[in-house]
Design a binder for this molecule. Structure first.
Ligand SMILES: [Zn+2]
Length: 277
């Protein structure tokens, strides 16, 4: 039995104030990632200070699946949104507002193709490490406990977090997965659930880790492969803009700033490409 609140709370809350304290990599300031590494527990040497940031083998398996699902989601967005006239479709209007064909093409290149390319093959190449390396420019993935402030219910429900635009640590090469992010459902289940519903903007918020990863990627200057901070998206209105209803009801300018709008549009493209015609 799945609680309704899990759906309602949607994805991710990005709380930059907590990011610095939650990070196992204080003071780290990198550029483009050369590789992606995930922190796992060293069973031979347990260091209490970092033990709680490790991802379990089950979590690593889920992350790899999420990387593959992200390929499907971003790939569907790329395909569906590249069709002639897509900029005038109902889902695009709902999640991006009025946008020109050229602006949509740019957005697709940056937010879907670019992100898809970043993660391509990482499920295979993901390197499991037991510690971080100073001055390493890899993107690190880790799994903090629910007691971490950014993961706690104090802020709604944080499913994962990356660094965010405008904050001091906005260029950290890391993405954290809170325990809650692993409680979602397979993409196929969420797709079937969507297909049973009639709307493109009032359906039950999907909860699946690949979508979380696509959302977090929009916050990560590392994944976005850019040094332009204007390319890093926000969580507009924090937790209140994380559902299809709230995201599609944002002011037009805010739709283009909100990470979840990008994620949800990809989900609709994947689960309901027919809704764009
Ligand atoms: Zn976010």
């Amino acid at each position: 039995m799945i609680s309704a609140s899990r759906y309602v709370l949607g994805l991710i809350l990005l709380l930059a104030l907590q990011t610095a304290s939650a990070s196992p990599f204080p003071g780290y300031r990198p550029r483009a990632a050369s590789t992606v590494k995930v922190l796992v527990q060293n069973t031979a040497v347990r260091t209490s200070s970092r033990a709680t940031t490790y991802c379990s083998e089950a979590q690593v398996t889920s992350i790899k699946q999420a990387i593959r699902d992200l390929q499907l989601l971003a790939g569907a967005a790329e395909k569906v949104l590249s069709a002639t006239g897509a900029f005038q479709s109902s889902p695009v209007k709902a999640y991006l507002g009025d946008i020109t064909a050229n602006a949509l093409t740019s957005l697709v290149n940056l937010r879907y193709t670019n992100v898809k390319n970043f993660w391509a093959g990482v499920d295979i190449a993901l390197e499991e490490v037991t510690d971080t390396t100073a001055e390493d420019n890899s993107l690190y993935l880790y799994c903090p406990p629910s007691s971490t402030k950014a993961c706690s219910s104090t802020y709604g429900t944080s499913y994962a977090f990356a660094s965010i635009k405008g904050e001091a640590d906005a260029m950290l090469n890391e993405i954290a997965f809170c325990p809650k992010s692993f409680e979602g459902h397979p993409l196929a289940d969420q797709t079937r659930s969507f297909q049973r519903q009639k709307t493109i903007d009032k359906f039950t918020a999907p909860s699946t880790l690949g979508l979380v990863l696509l959302h977090e990627s929009q916050h990560s200057i590392t994944v976005m492969q850019t040094t332009d901070m204007s390319n890093v998206l926000e969580d507009v209105n924090k937790a209140s803009a994380l559902t299809p209803q709230t995201c599609s009801a944002l002011d037009p300018a805010d739709k283009l700033k909100n990470a979840e709008n990008v994620a949800l549009l990809a989900f609709v493209a994947y689960a309901g490409p027919d809704r764009f015609t």
